[in-house]
Ligand binder design. Structure first.
Ligand code: FES
Length: 145
């Protein structure tokens, strides 16, 4: 009877830990204040000068600006520039002068690497930069949340 009760308790603990543990995806969306994002960009005009492996800053979009990263001809990733360590500090990360796609927080020195899903690779930050959706519709790259 005790064994059965212990097993039941263990199952309940496991169930609650699964239900109450937020997934990475849900954390990422809630870590900075929500701002509606809808940015259409023309592939052969707005992005014509953007080579593969380069970044483009979109100031005034997202919460503290958006960085767009072009991984391949038709493959883009978009991240909010807000440092995720303490979003209430309201600080945008800045691209390293020497390393394209590496962004650093001027306040806490956390660095984020875009080719690594914008996860931090040093500093106190634990969460990646918040990612926005990108999709290509005809000649338009659409960034949304
Ligand atoms: S913004 Fe405050 S810690 Fe990076």
């Amino acid at each position: 009877m005790t064994l059965r009760r212990n097993i039941l308790s263990l199952l309940l603990v496991l169930l609650f830990s699964v239900v109450l543990t937020p997934s990475c995806e849900s954390n990422r969306g809630q870590i900075i204040p929500y701002v509606k994002v809808y940015v259409p960009l023309l592939l052969y005009a707005d992005l014509a000068d953007m080579g593969i492996g380069t970044t483009k800053i979109l100031p005034g979009e997202g919460y503290k600006g958006i960085v767009l990263y072009r991984a391949a001809d038709q493959e883009f990733y978009a991240y909010d520039l807000t440092c995720t360590e303490f979003p209430e500090h309201d600080i945008a990360v800045v691209e390293d002068d020497n390393f394209v796609g590496v962004f650093e927080c001027p306040k806490c020195a956390s660095t984020y690497v875009l080719v690594n899903g914008a996860y931090p690779n040093s500093g106190p930050a634990e969460f990646p930069l918040v990612e926005y959706r990108t999709s290509i519709q005809g000649d338009v790259l659409l960034i949304t949340n």
